[in-house]
Design a protein around this ligand. Structure first.
Ligand code: ZN
Length: 813
């Protein structure tokens, strides 16, 4: 389900294990607020990650692309992985990951309708399976379909009855919400042979991402093998599974998509409550999404399950049935990302009966399997209802998809949706934005190159100015807002909005601006008169000046840290002072190599100054996303926790301790405390968040008083330096001792959701002017940096990673 573990825990409390079916609650739980992935997320996530095979974005293979030259069916033989008796699906009577390949091969053999492919690998190295169900097509017909798709994407009308409408079903994105996979396979099996499906398959292509998260499916966990929630990763795309889903949406351009989750009883079917994302063509989106939602509701309710007999409650639709708390504001979820690639009906569907968490452990196997059978039926009914709806409304849905792209290409202003466009659509549902004429990205930095490549990977068109204009150099990147996917470009690059005044409850993050958080210095312009050429990939940025002298590398980006860590790993004798590494003349060849590899920009330097820097080894009590980001920057990271410390952690493996999660100084046994104290006498400390601040106090490091902002507050903040930061459960520090320096102070809240607590404390006004990041040297000489911000959050705010890297280099000794 989309909601965090808090609600799962609550429903676990409401429905004691083993009694849920026998004693159904009479009122279905409303889609109430919870605290998303708030302060608790790290405690949970810290347990993963360390066993995951780390693949950095840099090392990721090129994305799989749709083969537009072969006909259907394709009859690919899908290779099966070794059998894994520990696959968590088995207990539920559901298909284990290792059995999917054979199942797909059997489905392909049933006739001429089913084609299966492997479209990538998970973080843990498992195959991602993609199925197309359609009537046979010649290679010529496949090319013709692609030609029509491109015409639609250009916002141009197409001849009637020629285009096979694409529908996309995503299964099991949360690994421990299994049945989407089984529902997909059930429907595919029906479609493979049913005579009634012939008409449908002549007019549509049905696409199934069988399990979007095979690692989680096998392990029985929400996240993938790297510890990431894939349904928070869509605009960051840090994970290979998210990149595979992104490519499906770009290449197949579905008019409708379903993401099958669990568990909300009664079945939850979107559309959502406010706030609504301001960059959608929401008039087109809400009409189609609500209509298909009602169709799914009818189909699910028609299955005949009852609260008394089955423990299954009637369907709930948040848009209709709840005030707020289940919104479509951030484009981090698949159904909130798909509309930017043309989906005019997109839904999270939460099947009803919980089988994960404590229920998985505690319920009898027979009860679990009963629930999973019902969940599979509910998921299949939602899929069938969707393809029936699309078949019946295909002309309108194609026309609406064309209209989405046409408005973008024409650069039309954000449309105010008429009240009552669907029943219940009121002023509280109206959200609009203002599109600039274009965004400009100054060329030459690794941050600019990363952002440009990211936009292109998202199918956003980027151009390059071929001459200087209005003070911008030739080569300046231009993102013209007259393009079919301007909604996606704008939702990524705009500052975002502070929606705190309009809603009290948000489901997850509310601010994410890549324009402000990815370090590329993006600006918006209202006038664009400059000749440009298209860009297929960002230009390389790495430079090393000619000459024979020493070199300076200012660490202003995570990629600079990566380059520096590479040099350190080669044994280069680097010194460090004030955020800059000095590389000796003897290492010029190595500098040229890392400049080319990571885009780092070296400058001429005077002779070496500062302290000698050795490779920085980090002991990290941190969440999975932070471990991932630290390793991505090339740091050597060894996870540590209270339990590992108490078990005799070897502190000789570490130069710096990073604490944000899972390490409590007061919970250490005397031997562990002594070992950690010995480390603190020689090593540095960097902390973040509540756990970090508590550690600072308990270990008597810096003299500060940590103050907590409201727990669910999150978004983009402007700092007193003029830089931007990201916060989630923000913290600040007062009562700074003489040894403590404020590195950054909060200035203003820019975008997201941050209200004060009911008693008036903890809001952005209280934070203004307060120290957000502090540094100092404690009595024993230990260098310490404390973050009240979230610079590594979900591998997203990439322009902030260097803050952590600099803190680590500065505290290591
Ligand atoms: Zn889910």
């Amino acid at each position: 389900m989309r909601r965090s573990t808090l609600l799962v825990l609550l429903s676990g409390l409401l429905l004691p294990a083993g009694t849920a079916a026998a004693a159904p609650v009479t009122t279905p739980p409303p889609a109430v607020r919870d605290f998303g992935n708030g302060p608790e997320r790290n405690e949970e996530a810290a347990l993963i990650g360390e066993t995951a095979s780390l693949r950095s974005a840099d090392a990721a293979a090129a994305p799989y692309h749709h083969d537009r030259t072969r006909g259907y069916p394709r009859k690919n033989q899908i290779p099966a992985p070794p059998e894994n008796p520990a696959d968590a699906s088995i207990k539920l009577g559901l298909i284990p990951h290792h059995a999917i390949a054979a199942k797909l091969n059997a489905l392909q053999a049933l006739g001429d309708r089913v084609s299966a492919e492997v479209i990538g690998r998970s973080a843990g190295g498992r195959d991602l399976y993609f199925v197309t169900v359609t009537a046979p097509e010649s290679a010529w017909e496949v090319r013709e379909q692609e030609r029509l798709r491109q015409q639609i994407e250009a916002g141009r009308k197409i001849p009637k009855n020629r285009y096979k409408v694409p529908i996309y079903v995503n299964g099991n994105i949360h690994g421990n919400e299994w049945e989407g996979t089984d529902a997909a396979l059930k429907v595919i099996e029906e479609l493979a042979t049913s005579p009634q499906a012939a008409e449908l398959l002549k007019r549509t292509r049905l696409y199934f991402n069988i399990t979007a998260n095979p690692d989680g499916r096998v392990l029985g966990q929400r996240q993938n093998g790297n510890g990431f929630d894939l349904n928070r990763d869509m605009i960051t795309a840090s994970q290979p599974e998210a990149r595979a889903m992104r490519q499906i949406m770009i290449d197949r351009q579905p008019v409708a998509m379903l993401d099958l989750h669990g568990y909300v009883n009664g079945t939850l079917i979107e559309p959502t409550t406010p706030p609504h994302g301001a960059n959608y063509e929401y008039d087109l989106f809400i009409t189609n999404t609500y209509a298909n939602g009602l169709g799914m509701e009818a189909a699910v309710n028609a299955l005949g399950y009852t609260p008394d007999k089955d423990g299954v409650h009637p369907v709930q639709i948040p848009f209709r049935d709840s005030e707020e708390g289940w919104d479509d504001w951030p484009p981090i979820f698949t159904p909130q990302y798909a509309p930017f690639h043309g989906a005019v009906a997109a839904h999270t569907v939460e099947i009803p009966l919980r089988v994960n968490g404590s229920d998985y452990t505690n319920l009898p196997v027979e009860e679990l399997r009963r629930r999973s059978r019902i969940n599979t039926e509910v998921g299949a009914a939602a899929v069938r209802a969707t393809y029936a709806h699309v078949l019946a409304n295909r002309d309108k849905m194609i026309a609406d998809q064309i209209e989405v792209f046409r408005r973008g290409a024409a650069g039309e202003p954000s449309k105010q949706v008429p009240l009552g466009i669907v029943p219940g659509f009121g002023p509280e549902d109206v959200y609009t934005t203002t599109y600039p004429r274009a965004y400009l990205i100054p060329p030459g930095s690794p941050a600019a190159a990363r952002l440009v490549d990211h936009l292109i990977a998202n199918d956003v068109r980027v151009e390059r100015a071929t001459r200087p204009f209005r003070g911008h150099p030739a080569g300046t990147y231009v993102v013209d807002m007259r393009q079919p996917k301007r909604g996606l470009a704008n939702v990524m690059l705009e500052a975002g909005a502070d929606i705190s005044p309009r809603v009290d409850a948000m489901y997850d993050i509310s601010g994410w601006s890549l324009g402000l958080l990815w370090g590329a210095g993006v600006s918006a312009v209202q006038d664009l008169r400059v000749p440009t050429e298209p860009v297929r990939a960002a230009a390389p940025t790495g430079t090393v000046p000619a000459g024979r002298g020493a070199l300076a590398l200012k660490v202003t980006d995570g990629r600079d840290a990566r380059a520096l860590n590479d040099l350190l790993a080669r044994g280069v004798e680097v010194t460090w002072a004030d955020g800059t590494a000095i590389v000796p003349p003897t290492a010029r060849e190595a500098a040229r190599e890392v400049a080319a590899r990571y885009g780092a920009r070296f400058a001429r330097a005077a002779t070496a100054t500062g302290t000698r820097l050795a490779p920085v080894r980090i002991a990290a009590a941190a969440a999975a996303d932070e471990l991932y980001s630290l390793r991505e920057m090339g740091f050597t990271v060894t996870p540590v926790s209270t339990a590992l410390a108490n078990a005799g952690f070897d502190w000789n493996t570490a130069d710096v301790l990073y604490v944000s999660s899972g390490l409590s100084y007061t919970a250490l046994n005397p031997a562990a405390k002594a070992a950690l104290d010995a480390f603190l006498a020689r090593g540095g400390v960097v902390t973040r968040g509540a756990t970090g601040a508590t550690f600072n106090t308990a270990a008597a490091l810096l003299t500060v008083t940590p103050v907590a902002g409201r727990g669910d507050a999150n978004g983009v903040v402007r700092m007193s330096s003029g830089e931007h930061g990201f916060v989630y459960s923000p913290r600040w520090f007062t009562g700074l001792g003489a040894e403590v320096k404020a590195e950054e102070r909060y200035d203003a809240f820019v975008s997201g959701h941050w209200r004060p607590n009911p008693d008036g404390t903890g809001g952005p006004d209280a934070a203004k002017g307060q120290a957000a990041v502090v540094s100092g040297r404690d009595e024993r000489g230990t260098r310490v940096v404390l973050f009240g911000t979230e610079p590594l959050f979900r591998n997203h705010p990439k322009g902030l990673f260097a803050q952590v890297a600099r803190a680590l280099y500065s505290t290591a000794r």
